[in-house]
Write a protein of this length. Sequence first.
Length: 359
Amino acid sequence: MQSGRHFRATARGGRIARLGAEAENLAGLNMDIKRAEQKGFLLCYVLALALVALPVAAQEMGRGPLGLTNQYPLALLHANIVPDSSKVIDGGRLEFGAIEGVANTNAQRDGYQVDAESWNTFTQAKVGLGGGVELVGRLPLLWRGAGILDGPIKGWHDLWDLPQGDRDRIDNGEYNIEGERKDWRAFDLNKKGAGLGNAALGLKYQLPFPDEKRIPVALLADFSLPTATSQYGHGSVDSTLGVLAGTYVGDFIFYGGIAEVIYGETETADVLFPRSQQQGFFYTEYRLSSAWSLLAGVYGSNGSIKDVADHPSNWGYLDLSARYQVTQVWGLDFLVREDMAGQRGTTDVAFALGVSYRT
């Protein structure tokens, strides 16, 4: 595995030696990819906003999307919108949940390398305050290292004759997160093992509508607090301000959300971030029975880290999940997540297992 010093010298030499014609071709290709991603994210926005215009009878919503955020190691340094239903829980009711997310990432570029695996535990508690208001608290416990999934992922790709990307260039079980900014300043997340992420507090307010009918629209305000271990999160307060919506169409339930995520600091662990970015999601749920639900959706953003050569400026995922209501109070969930395009500021693959309890 390349050392940080050798990586930086190799990256600089590669950029200096790059031919003008090749750079021009790559710039054109990157522009085409960026336009395609922007169109896809715009579609996500339009679909989410369209839900606001669809009236629905006041009936119980489905289970809703599983609230797994972006597990890309650099994205975990700051807040992200949490996929959720616009429905709030009733006043005086409580809901507890935990999600174990496992993600594997391999990205090798001139300006940066991310080769890591994460096992992250996200716990949350919700309480209904009445009047359409819900309070939520979240606490993430993070772990990152070399992991165990490199071999199985390569084997899966070989089995189905899928491209390996840059995985053939490195050995299994390596850990490396480092890069170089355009001002020649290097960064690295050299800490491995466990760390505390940023705790968060949030409020959700479901808007009331007359005539015993309602469009399930909710306003969202989340605040990510400076509680993280060094190199595992940010040292200021991030704010997520957005709107959630949902509706029924036949046997299907649709969920959407858009938000402005505002960062309290623009440099974290020597990595530069924009002051704010827009994030959103759109999910479809199909109720197989009173206990089982299947969901599919997209989740993405028009922002990412900045001023790192070859690093994309946006990200997007495709999610598939199953949610099972074991009893009236206990629920189990499973999710599989794939990136929309390889090495685009995303994890290659992520899995999640969740459990919930409600009073």
